[in-house]
Write a protein that binds this ligand. Structure first.
Ligand code: HEC
Length: 122
C-alpha cells in the first residue's frame, strides 16, 4: 500500500473521529432541550395552554361536538387522566384526541411527564 492510500485512510479515520466528537459536544451544548426534559411541567405553566390550544374547542365548559366532558379546569383534566384514559387517547392512532390527528410528540410527552410527576397544579 502506497503512502497516498495510507494518508487518505488516516484522513477518513480522523474525519470520522472528529465528527463523532463534534456530535457529542454538540449534544452536551443542547441545553434547552435537555432542560425541558428534566423540568417538571405544571398545569398552570404547560397543560392548561395545551388543552386550550387543542381540546377546548370541543371540551369547553359546555362541551360541544359530542365531547362528553370539559377540559377547562385543573380538576376536570385530572379527572380525565384518572377516569377517562386521557393519556391513551392522546397517543392513540386508532381513536386519537384531538380527532383530527395526534399532537406533536413534544406536547404529548409534556402531558405524560406531568402525569408521571403526579399532576402538579402550580
Ligand atoms: C373536534 C372535537 C374534539 C377535540 C378538539 C378534542 N376532543 Fe376529545 N372527544 C371528542 C368527542 C366527540 C369524544 C367522544 C367520542 C370518543 O370518545 O371518541 C371525545 C372523547 C375524549 C376522551 C374520552 C372520554 C371518555 O369518557 O371516554 C378523552 C380522554 C378526550 N376526548 C380527550 C381530549 C383531549 C385531551 C383533547 C385535546 C388534546 C381532545 N380530547 C380534543 C371531541 C374532541
Amino acid at each position: 500500500m502506497d503512502f497516498k492510500k495510507v494518508l487518505s485512510r488516516t484522513t477518513i479515520v480522523a474525519l470520522t473521529l472528529s465528527t463523532l466528537l463534534f456530535y457529542n459536544c454538540n449534544k452536551d451544548d443542547d441545553s434547552p432541550e435537555e432542560m425541558g426534559e428534566t423540568e417538571t411541567p405544571t398545569y398552570t405553566a404547560n397543560i392548561e395552554g395545551i388543552m386550550a390550544g387543542n381540546c377546548t374547542t370541543c371540551h369547553a365548559s359546555t362541551p360541544t361536538n359530542g365531547a362528553p366532558m370539559s377540559l377547562v379546569t385543573y380538576n376536570q383534566v385530572v379527572d380525565a387522566v384518572n377516569n377517562r384514559n386521557l393519556v391513551s387517547r392522546i397517543n392513540s392512532t386508532s381513536a386519537p384526541m384531538p380527532q383530527t390527528g395526534r399532537m406533536s410528540a413534544t406536547l404529548r410527552e409534556t402531558i405524560e411527564r406531568w402525569v408521571e410527576a403526579g399532576m402538579p397544579e402550580n
